[in-house]
Design a protein around this ligand. Structure first.
Ligand code: S3P
Length: 174
């Protein structure tokens, strides 16, 4: 893989995308960026605030715009997406056009659900367990379009997951 190719982490809410991106960037000695955070900074509102105040559709538009900006920034190498970003064709096209290597973090639903308990209020699309489970199930086929898939289990540490990703990358980085 080329130095300029971003590594893009996808997966459901609670999959551990942000933590794994940070750990991976540490191993690869590069920077990481969290798309939800980038969206928050450029709009002055969190994804939750945007979704609650203006609806999911506007959030998706703003999210795509920040993804464009993030991918344009050449220094950014590991990108943690929000859980819905990769499910949109426009975003997958953008990532692919930047040569992004996409990694799907794939934990069981129960683990995602448990992990989002402390921040559940921040995730308006995962307030109800049955609705969240349906979204999880619906999205699997789209997450499966990622180039790499990593099993996430309760007893695997963030560092272990990051190390697995490094192993699976097309060419080892220096
Ligand atoms: C969303 C996931 C959230 C955030 C927004 C929508 C989703 O990010 O982008 O609430 O559609 O799955 P995390 O996956 O980081 O929680």
């Amino acid at each position: 893989m080329k130095e300029s190719q971003p590594i893009v982490i996808t997966g459901f809410m609670g999959a551990g995308k942000t933590s794994v991106a940070v750990a991976l960037a540490r191993i690869l000695n590069c920077s990481s960026v969290d798309l939800d955070r980038a969206t928050t900074i450029s709009n002055g509102r969190t994804p939750r605030e945007i979704i609650e105040q203006d609806g999911e559709q506007l959030f998706r538009e703003l999210e795509t715009r920040s993804l464009q900006n993030v991918l344009r920034a050449s220094s950014m190498r590991v990108v943690a997406l929000g859980g819905g970003a990769w499910t949109l064709q426009i975003n997958r096209d953008l990532i692919n056009s930047h040569g992004g290597i996409t990694v799907w973090l794939d934990p069981p639903f129960e683990l995602c659900w448990e992990r989002t308990v402390p921040t559940r209020g921040e995730r308006p699309l995962a307030t109800d367990q049955e609705r969240a489970r349906m979204l999880f199930t619906e999205r699997r086929a789209l997450y499966a379009l990622a180039q790499l898939r990593v099993d996430v289990t309760r007893n695997k540490s963030i560092d272990q997951i990051a190390a697995e990703i490094v192993e699976a990358l097309p060419v080892q980085r220096e």
